[in-house]
Design a protein around this ligand. Structure first.
Ligand code: FMN
Length: 221
């Protein structure tokens, strides 16, 4: 059993409560401007932003510190085309056969359908995989709380990309097994989410939907 080793925590206390509150509110205001974008521009974006955002995602907490994530960055037009074709095939089945009426009713205000041109237009697709197990000393071991861990990392990735002035779409063309095949990932890496990243198209529109209020989402005991 490896023994725990400790180092001093790097922690800088923010001097005043006023400054703390200002920062908290500014962060909220910034993130409140994030919207899921479905109309992208083909304009290129600095690769350094993609790298920094993935590094940020990699700072997420994870069950037993297993960091059970892989971020595959797709920039090749040929691979993007393959992903679009496979996604549209699955999405056609989903929208026309697999989704319940209740689900379709929920999606109606978003105006989505099986057409996914953004998968070829956006300069980058970040495909996030969840690593379900690892091999150590010839033995397989599950990663612990991998769903929760990867979910948190994706949230941080979306926030980092938004903070750097880029638009994202959280896309889950279900089932997503085709991503494992096209991107040649091993069986223990399960596709989690597909994120087109770039600038929004000029005059891009987003659904007119509302966020729940604080009273609706917070309970104080
Ligand atoms: C887990 C998850 C899966 C999603 N899958 C899709 C998707 O496949 N296609 C899509 O257009 N939007 C997808 N979305 C985006 C949601 O529709 C969007 O976040 C929601 O409508 C709220 O809009 P906002 O992100 O602009 O606040 C997904 C979001 C999440 C969190």
């Amino acid at each position: 059993m490896e023994k725990a080793k400790f180092i001093p925590l790097e922690f800088e206390k923010i001097e005043t409560e006023t400054e703390q509150i200002r920062r908290a509110e500014a962060f909220y205001e910034n993130l409140n401007r994030r919207r899921t974008v479905r109309e992208f521009s083909a304009e290129s974006v600095p690769f350094e932003i993609i790298e920094s955002a993935i590094l940020t995602a990699g700072t997420a907490p994870s069950g037993a510190n297993m960091q059970p994530w892989r971020f595959v960055v797709v920039q090749s037009p040929e691979v993007k085309k393959q992903i679009r074709e496979a996604a549209e095939k699955e999405e056609f089945e989903s929208y026309n056969k697999r989704m319940s009426d209740k689900w379709l009713r929920r999606l109606a205000p978003l105006g989505t359908d099986e057409n996914k041109p953004f998968l070829e237009i956006a300069p980058y697709l970040i495909v996030v995989f969840r690593i379900t197990s690892i091999i150590e000393n010839d033995e397989s071991e599950p990663t612990y709380y991998s769903q929760e861990s990867v979910g948190i990392a994706v949230g941080m990735l979306l926030a980092a990309l938004h903070n750097a002035g880029l638009a994202t779409l959280t896309h889950t063309p279900s089932p997503m097994k085709f991503l494992q095949e096209i991107l040649d990932r091993p069986k223990n890496e399960i596709p989690f989410v597909l994120i087109p990243v770039g600038y929004p198209a000029e005059n891009a529109k987003v659904p007119d939907i509302r966020r729940k209020s604080l009273e609706e989402i917070m309970q104080i005991v």
